[in-house]
Write a protein that binds this ligand. Sequence first.
Ligand SMILES: [Zn+2]
Length: 237
Amino acid sequence: MIINIHAGHNPAGKVACGAVGLINESTENRRVKDEVISQLRELGHIVYDCTVDNGSGQSDVLNKIVAKCNAHAVDLDVSIHFNSGAADKKGNGKTTGVEVLVYSANSESKGTAEKVCTAVAELGFKNRGVKYRPNLRVLKSTKAPAMLVECCFVDDRDDVEKYDYFSMATAIVRGITGQAVQNVPETAPAGSCEETVVGPSGALYRVQVGAYSRRENADAMAEKLRRDGFDAFIVMA
Ligand SMILES: [Zn+2]
């Protein structure tokens, strides 16, 4: 396939950046976007990154994204966002979940959008389903079939605890292509959960939760642990 993908909004901290809650939309959507791109390329697809980091305002960001998208003839335009409005910063034990937006019930991207919803829901997020948004610029003004993925909610503790960019990206790739990268780094089977305890005198206590061949996956796990209130650091084996 030939696919355009972009992270919505300007980068975090700039004008026209995304939603901010327990996590930051413009930070996380770029992580997810980068991982989706790297997995799609590993699977042999052609991918264009249409993310815009220098818009002068919301409308300018959208104009530039649409122009980048329409500069390539592709099978699919994918926009990565995170939702907000759940107002559940404490966590009520239930995720608010994933939804994917398409232009209309007749959109060619509808079937793929449903598959993305299903794949993300299999990670444990509530499936809010496919919704129709005829007024959204990236759906209305792009030439190829388009979809906007609202991965999960930045202001729902249950969503944030379940979320990590790597599994989110893997689910999106599976929804789009039906494929999964085989040799993607995952927690190594041996030594992936390791505990070393040396007696009270020579005290050495070691608890390890993961071993990764890609630095960014180690960073993501460390960040998840820190969010959950653990001290976490990365060592090279
Ligand atoms: Zn957004």
